[in-house]
Design a protein around this ligand. Sequence first.
Ligand SMILES: *Cc1c(COP(=O)(O)O)cnc(C)c1O
Length: 413
Amino acid sequence: MQHHDPIAALARLHREFGEHGGVNVSIEPSTTFTVLDPATMPAIFQGQIGHDAGGCYLYGRHFNPTVVSLGKQLAALEGGEAGYATASGMSAIACTLLQYCDVGDHVVASDTLYGGTYALLETFLPRKAGLRTDFVNTSDLAAVEAAMTPGTKVLYVEAMSNPMLRVANIPALAEIAHRHDAILVVDGTFAPLMMSAIPLGADVVVHSLTKFINGASDIIAGAIVGPATLQGELMDLHHGALMLTGPTMDPRMAYEISARLPHLGLRIREHARRAQFFAERLDERNLRVIYPGLPSHPDHALLRDQMNPGFGYGGILCLDLGDAERAERFMDCLQNQDHFGLLAVSLGYHDTLMTRPAASTSSELSAPALERAGILPGLIRMSVGYTGTLEDRWEQLQRALDTVQPPVRKDFR
Ligand SMILES: *Cc1c(COP(=O)(O)O)cnc(C)c1O
């Protein structure tokens, strides 16, 4: 399989200097831009001459040079033709769906999605925009095939699902989508750099930049990467979902995020190296651990085929402590006694973040749906951080395990 090299692609981008030759791009805070030749105004307004073709940026919600610069960097990272940044991951997802779907159109989506995306597709867009969605287990390609209809416009999946870390078979899903004249949209939030969905066949990649890509848990942001035409469509003055609903990114935030992209690769590698280390040690203790870097994970081989080499198997792992009470005692030890990490939702922070999905990020699922998905009450999700020494962190983890004495694998049915 042809692999994308996101680090090389980012480095190959034309270097953009700051306004005074600064080594960083400039923050352009202006919300309006001067039209130097009055005669060009009508053509600029009709989108006939863009900011890159003798026109100007016009208005900040439309285009902004700092945000355009971040969009180019994200497109390079993903191996897409163009990208633009949005005010949140949810706005990237909503605008993508609104751009590609009209009233009555059909979406086939994975049945394990980020809670907000699930609510958007299950309740909000059907009610507000007449969309219809069928949710299927997208690891079951026959089920995906069966769900596709002549009205299906979008097949929607996450590159790596939360919290079971199932990996989307991107080439196979793209083939199914394209054969039915639909597009494949992939949420790449859980697997930045390690999997490049567009070179694997996807049409559009959306991101919550709030997580690994930003890396400091201090900015809500998102991005859409796709074909060259998508940017103009999203920003069309009459039909553009991003232009007309308005959640474009603020240039100050675009600068902050672009300043963190150069060390994204280093961070992802270290998140993954530590997650792999913990997963292997926990596995040796015969605990029920879920991590795609373990050969026992159902998608280990699939991920190995699809991943870009050198970034590891991701920074998230799950551990089943058997029951809710033990899981909570475990997190209490790790946060309040050992300072191993923090009990908090979200992911991709420099410290380890821990949650119990059944009670938090997956709590919108019904009890039978949780059970079917394997999201048992004792399951803990960890977004493994890279602060402190790995040796100290492993000692802390072992101390907490010795305190709560979790059941071993054979104790699970
Ligand atoms: C957090 C998250 C989102 C939503 O992103 P926001 O930046 O919070 O709007 C979407 N998809 C996934 C997989 C996420 O983890």
